[in-house]
Structures are given as structure tokens and as C-alpha cells.
Design a protein around this ligand. Structure first.
Ligand SMILES: *Cc1c(COP(=O)(O)O)cnc(C)c1O
Length: 348
């Protein structure tokens, strides 16, 4: 069935009169990552990647947005409003375009990856640059919402409801819930949503393993970070809206929330692209950096047979070309001359 509202209707807060605004999101692949598994010292069949960058706008945000925008239409909204580090804006803009709603996106100045900004503009969103960080932008969005403006950040419970379907898909693909689920944590909506999904689906419960960037790790530090710093812009958040829910997911699941440096995030980003053929955005690679850090510290103790570890790769690498361009490249130029090219190949 097409799109997650139709697929999971009985598990979502929709009625017969809820319009279905969909771009056929969800149903993303879960692919094995044998090289990453080996690097973590685990059996080759233990580690799996949930490729959320293959959603229609290139991130998991589409799962929440199909429901949030459908409910906004049902409730008679004239427009949707969000603060965003980029992907929420791209997704809101696309689904609002689909629904014929206005879309206003509040973006922290100078902190949004090029591809995401391009998407919001292409879909006709009204972009407002906020002189401040994401947390400032979210405060403005919350103030501005109401009346006929629906707030579609993850403080909107329909976002969490839509996003929980990823846990259903993982459990279906593996035949049960994994033992561990690693994912990046920014505003903490996604870790909240996965945990809700696993609990509701009753196919087992993984330990929820959330990872923040070291320069933007309020949950790890136990206090808000006024000026969060990381090149992983999608998780550059100093005061997560779903902070309490993330702690509950961690504690109820016996999991943990840790921090990884930007250097570790970018090393994992490069490893996934070069060794697994999977190009995700830097923030997404926090899950792989977290896996390697946890494994290196002996977190898995004895890796038993049948161990299953899932990593959510939250967004598509194409969104952030500047980060990819900063990687060491094997690029050369060549004269438009076959002999010169043969020499170049031979010298390679
Ligand atoms: C939104 C986002 C995150 C963070 O998710 P939260 O639900 O805010 O914790 C991580 N990675 C990418 C690519 C995102 O778009």
C-alpha cells in the first residue's frame, strides 16, 4: 500500500474523513552493513542500516509530515509553520505544496545545508532567516502558531505518531525488534517516536542508543547548551523539545545517550560512503560513530549469535554537498586526449 497512513491506518490517529496527503513515504530499505559490523567487532550479519534518506524529500521527517499535514488540512489550517535546521523545512514545504497550504519556515542564520534550503525554496516555502540558532527559531515558531497556522515541528504529536512507523518496518524486516537501535539525537523527536513504535508493536524492545554531537550534547551534560556547535547541522540543537521523552526512552529500554565528536562523526560518514556504498548526511553518521564508540569501549561484551543492531541513517548525503566536498578526493584533470587519459590510468 502506498504511503504510511494507508499502510498503518489502524495504528494511527486518522479517521475516515482525514484527507491523506502523501508522497508515498516510508517502506524504506533495511540493508546489512557487514564492513561496519566487522569494524565494530561484531558478526557480519549483526548490523543493519535503515535508509531513511530514501524518503521522498530525503529524510525521515516525511514520516511525521504526511500525518501532521494531513491533520492540519483536516483541521482547516491555512498554512503550516516550522523552525528547522533544514530537513523539517524541506519536508513541510513539499507536503504543504501537495496539500495546497502556505508554508513558513524559520531557519537559523547560516546553519542550513545548501540542498535543504534549495528544497524549501523549490517547493515554494516562505523562508524566514532567524538571527539566532535553532532553539531561538523554535521559540518563534511556537509563539506564531495557533489560529489557522499549524505548527509542524516534532512538538506536534502527529509528527511522532507518523515517525513511529519506522520501528514497525524494522521489526517486520527482521522478524522481531533488534537488540539495539542506534540513532542521532537532535530535538529528540525521533528517539521518542521509535521507542513508542517498538512498545506499541510488541515484537520486542531494543536498547535505545541515542547520539548527540559533543558540541551540542545537552542531554549528555544534563543542561541546555546556549551556543551549540557542530558541523552536523541537523543535530545542532541546545535545548531539545522532547528531552524528557528521550530520557524515558533511554531509561525504560536500558539504553544510553552519549556524545561523539565531529571528528568521529565525519570519520563514520566517510566510512559509510566508502566501505558500505551508503551516502548519508553527517548528522546521520552520528549513529555509526556511536556504534563504533560503544563497541570500542566493550559495550557489547560478548556478541552472541543472532545479535541484531539497527542504525537509522536519518538523511540523504546529497542534501549537504559542502560536507562531501570537504572530504579528501581522488580527483584529477585530463586533456581531452585518449593518449593522455591512458597514461593517467596507467599511472593510477
Ligand atoms: C531531524 C534530524 C535529526 C534529528 O532528529 P530529532 O528527531 O530532532 O532528534 C537527525 N538527522 C537528520 C538528518 C535530521 O533531519
Amino acid at each position: 500500500m502506498a504511503g504510511l497512513i494507508r499502510t498503518w491506518r489502524s495504528r494511527l490517529p486518522v479517521g475516515p474523513r482525514t484527507p491523506v496527503v502523501t508522497l508515498h513515504e516510508g517502506n524504506t530499505p533495511l540493508v546489512p552493513a557487514p564492513r561496519l559490523a566487522r569494524r565494530a567487532g561484531l558478526p557480519e550479519d549483526a548490523v543493519w542500516l535503515k535508509l531513511e534518506g530514501l524518503n521522498p524529500t530525503g529524510s525521515f521527517k516525511d514520516r511525521g509530515m504526511t500525518l501532521a499535514v494531513s491533520k492540519a488540512v483536516e483541521d482547516g489550517a491555512k498554512g503550516v509553520l516550522c523552525a528547522s535546521t533544514g530537513n523539517t523545512a524541506a519536508s513541510a514545504a513539499a507536503y504543504a505544496a501537495r496539500a495546497g497550504l502556505r508554508c513558513v519556515v524559520l531557519l537559523p542564520e547560516g546553519q542550513v545545508a545548501l540542498g535543504k534550503l534549495a528544497q524549501a525554496i523549490a517547493h515554494g516555502a516562505e523562508a524566514v532567516t532567524v538571527k539566532g540558532n535553532f532553539d531561538d527559531a523554535l521559540r518563534l515558531a511556537r509563539e506564531g502558531a495557533g489560529g489557522r497556522w499549524a505548527l509542524v515541528n516534532s512538538v506536534n504529536p502527529f509528527r511522532i505518531e507518523g515517525q513511529k512507523t519506522a520501528a514497525f518496518e524494522v521489526a517486520d524486516a527482521l522478524g522481531r525488534a533488534p537488540d539495539y537501535h542506534f540513532l542521532p539525537v537532535g530535538n529528540a523527536g525521533n528517539i521518542t517516536a521509535y521507542w513508542k513504535g517498538y512498545v506499541e508493536y510488541r515484537r520486542g524492545k531494543p536498547r535505545m542508543m541515542g547520539w548527540q554531537a559533543a558540541g551540542a550534547a545537552p542531554i549528555v551534560l544534563g543542561r541546555p547548551v546556549p551556543k551549540p556547535q557542530t558541523l552536523a547541522t541537523a543535530i545542532r540543537i541546545g535545548n531539545p523539545a522532547s528531552w524528557k521523552q528521550a530520557l524515558a526512552a533511554r531509561d525504560e529500554s536500558g539504553g544510553r545517550i552519549g556524545a561523539v565528536t565531529d571528528a568521529a562523526i565525519f570519520a563514520a560518514y566517510r566510512f559509510l560512503a566508502r566501505e558500505e556504498g551508503v551516502f548519508c548526511e553527517p548528522s546521520s553518521a552520528a549513529s555509526a560513530a556511536g556504534l563504533l564508540a560503544f563497541a570500542a569501549r566493550g559495550g557489547f561484551r560478548k556478541a552472541r549469535k543472532g545479535l541484531r543492531v539497527v542504525l537509522t541513517l536519518t538523511g540523504n548525503g546529497l542534501k549537504d554537498p559542502a560536507s562531501a566536498q570537504a572530504l579528501p578526493a581522488k580527483a584529477r584533470t585530463c586533456a581531452a586526449d585518449p593518449a593522455a587519459f591512458k597514461r593517467l590510468l596507467g599511472a593510477a
